[in-house]
Design a binder for this molecule. Structure first.
Ligand code: HEM
Ligand code: NAG
Length: 322
């Protein structure tokens, strides 16, 4: 009896360590706007739902914006700044140019949130984080408490965007190194790559794979894609990243098992390396994928946030305040 309650106490201590450990791990908090503007989060959610209802792909585009923000000097909305004589916009970086989308939805959210809150207190960086979560949820994915309280940058870096956003031509060791640089581990890499269960990619990023990579690609899959993506031209023609690009499911992973990953970097996660095992797990266990994806999204959202007196709360997500 005594040992049983001791065990119970031990479990309680471990659990509270987890809870408080998590809280102290980040200077951010999910309750950040609860008192100052309780309508902020519901407002973001309803605009995201609207946008996704109009175009399912928008959910994917908004998820990707948060990722591309966080990997470049932290989650500080630097990706949203338009070019000016002093801003070398990340929108012009190779991974974003003619590719990153959803900026108008973020503008709409920002205007409406500032209106319902009566003043500009919600940062553009937090809007990106919440919009990513609400997008995933709207497409049938997991829901997680988004950590909040990030502030917005006053600078952007096109060169950092070029250096730090992973390339679709990377092999597994390069992808692992790229994520490690952000404080993310191999499990985070595999779970977050599952973001490719939604959305599309352009011919130019998978052309080499479907014509040249005969070893680790399903031949029929490659030949079908060649119809959408000719050897010459059609650079911006789209193909879905998995067979159900508007549903957050595990098909991204099950496709890797049959060598039907669209990007070289997707198939790199299942090509005889250390991540094969986790890809297999996620391919049949949507609960494990959802849980790990949510955890890794929180971790990604915690990359180098600006807090306290650092940065600012932008009035317009595209511009630095004067
Ligand atoms: C692991 C390294 C990654 C690489 C190399 C990579 C690369 C790419 C590329 C090349 C595209 C297609 C862009 C285009 O053709 O316009 C894309 C799309 C996308 N990526 Fe990734 N990505 C990675 C990780 C992630 C992560 C971590 C997330 C989110 C958690 C994510 C979410 C998305 C989404 C949702 C799309 C579709 C966007 C749309 O349809 O507008 N990716 N990615
Ligand atoms: C296939 O690889 C060769 C040699 O690297 C390259 O020159 C060619 O452009 C590639 N083909 C496609 C369609 O990407």
């Amino acid at each position: 009896m005594a040992s049983l309650s001791a065990l119970y106490l031990q479990a309680l201590i471990i659990m509270s360590c987890l809870v408080f450990g998590l809280a102290s791990y980040s200077p951010l908090s999910p309750a950040y706007y609860d008192r100052v503007c309780p309508q902020a989060l519901p407002t973001i959610k309803s605009i995201v739902e609207d946008a996704v209802r109009q175009e399912r792909r928008m959910g994917a585009s908004l998820l990707r914006l948060h990722f591309h923000d966080c990997f470049v000097n932290g989650c500080d909305a630097s990706i949203l700044l338009d070019p000016t004589p002093t801003i070398d916009s990340e929108k012009n970086a190779i991974p974003n140019a003619n590719s990153a989308r959803g900026f108008e939805v973020i503008d709409r959210i920002k205007a409406q949130v500032d209106k319902v809150c009566g003043r500009p207190i919600v940062s553009c960086a937090d809007i990106l984080a919440v919009a990513a979560r609400d997008s995933v949820f709207a497409l049938g994915g997991p829901y997680w408490p988004v950590q909040l309280g990030r502030r917005d940058s006053t600078t952007a870096s096109r060169s950092a965007a070029n250096n730090d956003i992973p390339s679709p031509f990377m092999d597994l060791p390069a992808l692992i190194r790229n994520f490690k640089k952000q404080g993310l581990n191999v499990k985070d890499l595999v779970a977050l790559s599952g973001g490719h269960t939604i959305g599309f990619a352009q011919c130019r990023v998978f052309r080499n794979r479907i014509y040249n990579e005969t070893n680790n690609i399903d031949a029929y899959f490659a030949s079908k894609l060649q119809a959408t993506c000719p050897r010459n031209g059609g650079d911006s023609n789209l193909a879905p990243l998995d067979p159900s690009p508007a549903v957050f499911d595990t098909k991204y992973f099950s496709n890797l098992l049959t060598k039907k990953g669209l990007l070289h970097s997707d198939q790199a996660l299942f090509n005889g390396g250390q991540t094969d095992k986790l890809v297999r797990t996620y391919s049949t266990n949507s609960f494990a994928f959802s849980k790990d994806f949510a955890n890794s999204m929180i971790k990604m959202g915690n990359i180098k946030p600006l807090t306290g007196k650092k940065g600012q709360i932008r009035l317009n997500c595209r511009k630095v305040n004067y």
